[in-house]
Design a protein around this ligand. Structure first.
Ligand SMILES: [Zn+2]
Length: 303
């Protein structure tokens, strides 16, 4: 195996993803390719979850298919193990199957991979780099560290059983596995615009939770709002509330403040206005009950 080639292809693939993300790409499809020394290389297999381009000996990416929105949690604990690290199933049950061997080769050589998580049919959020750090043959699966820090820490995670570290790893893993598809799903539902002001640069847009993560709010599209950094901050700090009827309300004190154009146009100007962008499909629209709870919190904090 040509380790230099393995590394070069990976670094070009990840550079391509990072560049696309910086240029407002919110999701990726199976047909996407990148250029490597004049050749077009796919990011994902056409049909299966494990992908090894013919130029390589080790797998380049893994992908997890779409879970319909009726299911409560988009990525349940089957992708996160009891040690807080990710899990990815073999293809079938034969350890010598070619795709499984390609994953093992990536693991043995500590090569970074890309994990594509579908949030809709054919639409994927990308997490990279991830590393395969162990194999659990009895469960037909690999253990996945979702960043380089977890990869380095993995020895400690396995052995001493330090609860604080376990909790930390678990939180990091959930954060990355949930956040990437959540953000992609929410931004896509709002056509990559801020719900309040229609600002449209994805790199300055967040998927805001309506029911906060810390209060058990799920990373599902109906618990999300696509908001620009400014309006996300204003929403989370109680400067702005959103009624269950999707009308923006500005905190009373803030409404009477006198300041520069950002306050006047960016905040006060939206008082009493309906959200400018609302998802087209009912199943993507914000949950009215969650909005109501959050709006009551906004009202009680402002008095
Ligand atoms: Zn905005």
């Amino acid at each position: 195996m040509d380790l230099a080639l393995e590394a070069a292809v990976r670094s070009e693939a990840m550079r391509h993803l990072t560049r696309r993300e910086a240029h407002d790409a919110v999701y990726f499809s199976r047909s996407e390719r990148f250029d490597f020394r004049g050749e077009k290389i796919r990011f994902m297999s056409r049909q299966t979850g494990i992908w090894k381009p013919r130029q390589l000996s080790a797998a380049l990416s893994i992908s997890t298919t779409f879970t319909p929105p009726t299911r409560e949690r988009p990525y349940d604990d089957s992708v996160i193990g009891p040690d807080g690290l990710g899990r990815y199933k073999w293809r079938g049950t034969d350890p010598d199957q070619a795709d499984n061997r390609a994953l093992r080769t990536a693991m043995i050589n500590e090569l970074p991979l890309i994990w594509f998580l579908a949030f809709d049919r054919g639409r994927y959020a990308a997490i990279h780099p991830v590393y395969l750090i162990r194999e659990e043959a009895a469960q037909h699966q690999f253990v996945v560290a979702v960043d380089a820090i977890q990869q380095l820490d993995s020895i400690d995670v396995i052995h001493p059983g330090i609860d604080i570290q376990l909790a930390h790893v678990s939180r990091e893993t959930k954060q990355r596995l949930h956040q990437a598809p959540f953000r992609a799903a929410v931004l896509d539902a709002y056509t990559c615009r801020c719900a309040i002001c229609r600002f449209g640069h994805a790199s300055l847009l967040d998927a805001a939770h309506i029911a906060p993560d810390s209060e058990g709010g799920l990373p599902t599209v109906t618990n999300g709002l696509s908001l620009c950094k400014m309006h996300h901050g204003a929403y989370d700090s109680g400067l702005i509330g959103i009624t269950p009827d999707l009308v923006v309300q500005v905190n009373h004190d803030v409404l009477n403040e006198i300041d520069g154009p950002m306050l006047r146009h960016g905040i006060q100007g939206f008082h009493g206005q309906s959200l400018m962008v609302v998802p087209r499909h009912a199943w993507q629209q914000p949950d009215r009950d969650a909005l109501e709870v959050r709006y009551q919190q906004f009202l009680s904090a402002g008095t």
